[in-house]
Design a protein around this ligand. Structure first.
Ligand SMILES: [Zn+2]
Length: 360
């Protein structure tokens, strides 16, 4: 009897605490987006296995990994389809899915350069995944709702010429994944590369924080404090997903990033992946950190939003149940992503920033 009473009191208390801490439905109703053309997602990955002569490849390790099947499914293709129609099918499927979104209408697709050897050439043995600029620029140009995000490893012997080519081919930014591409952003040898980015008015989108999407990574290169050199040279730096995850010298990487916003007006971050199950706690911290809202950009880290890892189910303890149910009903992954972020309190005004910064 005593145990039953104690259990009742405990449940009642926990229930009261839970409802008291749930924000009200009115506060969480997805806010109206500003009236304007559809939104731009500035952070979308693509994949390729070399089918159709794309020049893309993935390593045997990644192909044999359990991640390979999950990635293909997330991109909405099968290996058989790619072999039959070529890697260009991935780009086509992204364009088609975007057309179905009511709120997001355009996306920047990201090439991915590889690891570079001592001679300044592509090191295929140490490259896990490779999406060549030439392939992606040509495919993206076929769709009015896609933009080209190029990737150039600065250790290539012809890196500066590649930047010029990327600009000529319509690139709106340059993408790095330092932990995978073995790039040290603090390396003084990169100064001419940074100066060329400034000259060409090409922002640098660079992943920071730990990287778990590949089978091997040097996460020491994901320290946001390594970005001082690029910022001091005047490069517009966009730190992917606010450097969430991982620590450097015992300090949370996001905490290492946040003070830098007061120091550099040319520093931005995107809000991709921040509703992922293991990153949810970072979103309120970022929103409360006092970063100028104009320096937050909307992105999804596609195909992440199709994997289930950003399901509104994981937000259920932070949102009103009715709100969570509405979010779950959203059929298009981009629409669900936008509405989920709005429900978490992201300022509707920031959704237009990516267009302003990248497309002008
Ligand atoms: Zn990404």
């Amino acid at each position: 009897m005593i145990i039953k009473a104690a259990a009742f009191i405990l449940c009642f208390t926990l229930g009261t605490i839970l409802f008291a801490t749930w924000p009200s439905p009115a506060a969480l109703a997805p806010a109206d987006l500003p009236e304007r053309e559809k939104l731009l997602d500035m952070h979308c990955h693509v994949a390729g296995i070399g089918a159709g002569g794309s020049g893309a490849f993935i390593s045997d390790e990644l192909r044999d990994s359990w991640k390979f099947g999950i990635y293909l499914k997330a991109f909405g293709v099968t290996e058989e389809e790619l072999l039959q129609h070529g890697d260009a099918l991935v780009v086509q499927r992204i364009s088609e899915q975007l057309e179905q979104s009511q709120q997001v209408g355009r996306a920047v697709l990201l090439a991915l350069d590889g690891v570079i050897d001592a001679n300044g050439d592509l090191d295929r043995e140490r490259t896990e995944t490779y999406i060549p600029n030439e392939f992606l620029a040509a495919e993206v140009a076929r769709y009015s709702n896609l933009y080209f995000g190029a990737s150039v490893n600065p250790y290539r012997h012809d890196a500066l010429a590649r930047l010029e080519q990327a600009k000529a081919d319509g690139a709106v930014l340059i993408k790095w994944l330092p932990a995978i591409q073995h790039i040290d952003p603090a390396d003084p040898r990169l100064t001419p590369f940074y100066d060329k980015l400034v000259e060409l008015d090409l922002p640098l989108l660079t992943h920071a924080g730990d990287e778990h999407s590949f089978t091997m990574a040097d996460n020491s290169l994901g320290d946001p404090q390594k970005l001082h050199l690029a910022l001091q040279r005047g490069v517009t730096v966009i730190v992917a997903h606010a450097a969430t995850s991982g620590t450097t010298v015992g300090e949370d990487n996001m905490e290492r990033l946040l003070p830098m916003f007061a120091q550099y007006p040319n520093l931005y971050t995107d809000i991709s992946s921040l509703t992922q199950v293991n990153k949810l706690r970072f979103l309120p911290r970022l929103l409360a950190a006092g970063v100028d809202p104009q320096h937050l950009l909307y992105g999804t880290d596609f195909p992440l939003i199709t994997t289930g890892l950003t399901s509104p189910v994981f937000s259920s303890l932070r949102l009103h149940p009715g709100c969570t149910l509405e979010l779950i009903k959203a059929e298009n992954p981009w629409d669900q992503d936008v509405q989920t972020k709005l429900a978490h309190g992201v300022d509707p005004a920031i959704f237009a920033n990516a267009h302003t910064l990248l497309i002008k």
